[in-house]
Design a protein around this ligand. Structure first.
Ligand code: EPU
Length: 439
């Protein structure tokens, strides 16, 4: 059996993101290996970062476990330190000791390295009555507005302005509960409003909220901290504001996107991968698509086993907010369809620029035509290895998967993107039998 996916990167310094072209930032992938064995998935990046922000809501030491050793977590640690917290990140956990008085500014140098830094907006406003957060850059996957965050905070009584590249929110008095409808079930806006409302005066009802497992996870941690939240996992959250929250220990929900990536890897390489610490209930549509493509998908104790004995059949995909098909698995499924039997239509409804990576996939010989938010993928019998560049985390994962089945060597540049989301990716691939080397 292969080594668990976690456990690598332990000694790597994450002080600064690796720039494209620097040492270790490319991966050489020799295609043709069948991936088989076992991997273990840790907590979800997109939950852990928000759980770390939620810790700001209570004075004292909170502990988060199942934390992946990835660059984004290191950036979040740095941000929390600058806000005045003592943060220790080691051995898969983060301990955050939050002082009584916090700084309330998230600077551009951190926010531009990680868009998720804006998740401190709600907690800092709730704790300090004021917050300045640099407007984010982040992933190269579309415009990614903040209008719903801003509208929600205004409804809770905050004044919000945008000046000199910063979003500044303040409130002279305690925030006041309100009724809020989101135009779209935005993950980020749901989190910002939720984390602002838990200590507001009175009740807040947020309609059309995101229902991702990561949102449920944050609600559970806030509940443990003393927040009163009803409707968790539904489209309507009702929050009764409390005076103060207390620190807790919380284990992050497992990363369904990392698990899904391994599942696609098994299907594409005619492999057999058992993914531990993964919840099939969080991946229902994606796993169903893999079954339709011909894979044998099975729930096993604390995990999922995916086996494939044939060339995948093409499968159509439409990305939607949870429980719809996740946009964060869309590039991986385009990679699968690129070598599948037949043609598939992939529709991207969340991030307009997420098809940019198909130009890179085309360098491997993939036949993908895009028109607006649709991509028509005609499966080829094989791909041919070539140098390609990852433009974001999931595009990078999709390109590595394509390299695994391409003829000859594929060099994926921009591994720093993949390192932001996949802990110990390269050793885990090697453990499963892939012929991959950082160069
Ligand atoms: N949007 C607005 N206005 C807003 C908020 C969102 O127009 O006020 C739009 C965005 O522009 C985007 C869409 O709504 O087109 C979805 O945005 P959402 O707020 O739901 O996403 P997010 O919070 O920015 C998180 C994840 C993404 C994941 C999406 C969708 C984190 C740090 N990021 O982004 O993860 O794709 O939800 O599930 O949690 C990744 O991990 O690779 C990644 C990009």
């Amino acid at each position: 059996m292969a080594q668990p996916a976690q456990a690598s990167h332990a000694h790597r310094s994450y002080d600064a993101p690796v720039q494209s072209g620097s040492a270790g930032d490319a991966l050489s992938v020799v295609g043709g290996s069948r991936l088989a064995g076992e991997v273990r998935v840790t907590g979800a990046k997109n939950s852990v970062l928000k759980l770390m922000a939620a810790a700001l809501l209570a004075e004292g030491a909170s502990t988060i476990t199942e934390v992946p050793d990835i660059l984004d977590v290191a950036i979040m640690c740095e941000l929390l330190r600058r806000l005045g917290c003592e943060v220790v990140h080691a051995g898969g956990q983060v301990v955050i000791d939050v002082p009584a008085a916090l700084e309330h500014r998230a600077d551009y140098d951190l926010v531009r390295r990680m868009r998720a830094s804006i998740c401190v907006l709600g907690p800092l406003l709730a704790r300090c009555g004021a917050v300045d957060v640099a407007l984010p850059g982040g992933d190269n996957i579309g415009s990614r507005g903040l209008d719903m965050h801003v509208d929600g905070l205004r409804r809770l009584g905050a004044t919000v302005v945008s000046e000199h590249g910063y979003l500044m929110a303040s409130s002279r008095d305690r925030l006041r509960g309100a009724s809020i409808w989101l135009d779209f079930p935005s993950v980020g806006a749901t989190e910002t409003i939720l984390m602002s409302a838990v200590t507001a005066e009175g009740a807040t009802v947020i309609d059309n909220v995101a229902r991702e497992p990561e949102i449920v996870d944050i609600c559970r941690m806030l509940q443990q901290m003393g927040a009163q939240i009803d409707g968790i996992g539904t489209s309507t959250l009702t929050i009764e504001g409390v005076d103060a929250l207390h620190p807790v220990a919380h284990a992050a929900v497992s990363d369904r996107i990392v698990a899904g990536t391994w599942a696609v890897a098994a299907a594409m390489t005619c492999g057999d991968i058992t993914i531990r610490n993964a919840d099939p209930a969080h991946l229902q549509i994606a796993l169903d698509k893999l079954a339709t493509s011909g894979a044998d998908v099975e729930a096993v104790p604390q995990g999922i086993r995916v086996r494939m004995g044939r060339r995948p059949r093409a499968v159509d995909v439409v990305t939607l907010p949870y429980p719809g098909f996740p946009t964060d698995l869309q590039p991986q499924f385009i990679a699968l369809n690129a070598i599948a039997d037949g043609a598939a239509l992939v529709t991207e409804n969340l991030f307009e620029a997420r098809f940019r990576f198909v130009q890179e996939l085309a360098r491997l010989g993939a036949d993908v035509r895009t028109d607006g938010h649709h991509a028509l993928v005609r499966g080829r019998n094989g791909l041919s290895g070539a140098p390609v560049e990852a433009t974001d985390i999931r595009a990078g994962a999709g390109l590595v998967l394509a390299g695994l089945v391409a003829d000859g060597t594929t060099v994926v540049y921009g591994m720093s993107h993949i390192d932001r989301g996949y802990a110990g990716f390269v050793p885990a691939l090697q453990g499963l039998g892939a012929d991959v080397t950082r160069i």
